[in-house]
Design a protein around this ligand. Structure first.
Ligand code: C2E
Ligand code: MG
Ligand code: MG
Ligand code: MG
Length: 285
């Protein structure tokens, strides 16, 4: 046995658990307290409209400020939250927090902005998602038009008929729906056309290859076409370079998100950005 001290608790583990397992166990324990102890926050990243050059909405991204370990990225703790079921209360908190933020920006006299929130598979599978979302919107008095939900292909292809029902309920409330990381899962186009989603977010791996690899470029151009043929918006994620941006403009993509414009920002910085009513580039007619 080895013993490891963390804070005021002493965890004992066997050597065959490996560091990874211990880490996960510790994080799992700490995650239970994260909401209560106000260690979670949302950062916001702008989406830029390619026709106007103006902000077209934003995505809320979860951050965990761990008291000893500092900032832990979502890739590290979302899977744990998902496995343990903690993602359900955390996911609810994320929607509530986005609503609180929305009200706070409106109260400050800033132009209304739609906030997109990521959903987890487990949250989506629960069955009462639409009811929960409606309850939160009513409680805060936030217009459903200001909330967008990002889902992934695997979440809906898991049980397409049930997903279709849930999506229709959410759509009926007036929410915007988008498919995140599009192209990395395997959506059936036949389902896609019958699902009431508003946008496809092209996965950043394809955007990365757009200027270096002809097949990467055709994938992106094809997804934009599919989106437009189905009357959906095409949004590119992970746009980092001017060349990528130019390709996306030339290929009629509707909006972009990425470090080229802004990283996800803490509330004060994002608020300042909103107040600027910034135009990222001049619009060519
Ligand atoms: P996602 O929803 O696809 O979010 C986009 C990720 O790409 C974010 O990572 C964002 O910071 C990053 N990103 C944005 N622009 C660029 C860029 O130009 N280059 C590169 N390399 N990356 C860029 P982040 O914040 O670490 O989040 C990772 C994933 O964690 C998200 O992917 C989402 O799947 C999940 N996640 C984040 N917040 C939540 C949440 O509140 N609930 C759930 N269920 N999942 C969340
Ligand atoms: Mg997302
Ligand atoms: Mg994504
Ligand atoms: Mg992703």
């Amino acid at each position: 046995y080895q013993a490891k001290k963390s804070g005021n608790s002493c965890a004992i583990y066997t050597s065959d658990m490996g560091l990874e397992g211990v880490d996960t166990l510790e994080l799992e324990n700490d995650l239970h307290q994260a909401v209560e102890h106000h260690q979670l926050s949302l950062h916001y990243q702008p989406k830029v409209n390619l026709r106007t050059g103006q902000i077209a909405g934003c995505e809320a991204l979860l951050r965990w400020q761990h008291p000893q370990r500092g900032m832990i990225p979502p890739a590290k703790f979302i899977p744990i939250a998902e496995q343990t079921g903690l993602i359900v209360p955390i996911g609810r908190w994320v929607i509530e927090e986005a609503c609180r933020q929305s009200l706070s920006w409106l109260a400050a006299g800033l132009p209304p902005i739609r906030i997109a929130v990521n959903l987890s598979a487990r949250q989506f599978r629960l069955g009462d998602l639409a009811e929960t979302v409606k309850e939160i919107l009513d409680q805060f008095g936030v217009s459903s038009d200001l909330l967008e939900l990002e889902l992934t292909e695997s979440m809906i292809m898991d049980d397409p008929e049930r997903a279709r029902k849930t999506l229709h309920e959410l759509k009926h409330l007036g929410l915007h729906l988008s498919l995140d990381d599009f192209g990395t899962g395997y959506s059936s186009l036949n389902y896609l056309r019958r699902f009431p989603v508003d946008s496809l977010k092209i996965d950043q791996s394809f955007i990365h290859d757009v200027t270096t690899d002809p097949s990467g470029a055709s994938v992106v151009a094809s997804i934009v076409d599919i989106a437009h043929n189905l009357n959906l918006n095409a949004i590119a994620e992970g746009v980092e370079t001017r060349d990528q941006l130019e390709f996306l403009v030339a290929n009629d993509c509707d909006a972009v998100q990425g470090y080229l414009f802004s990283k996800p920002l803490p509330v004060p910085e994002f608020t300042a950005l909103l107040a600027e009513e910034k135009c990222w580039f001049a619009v060519a007619d």
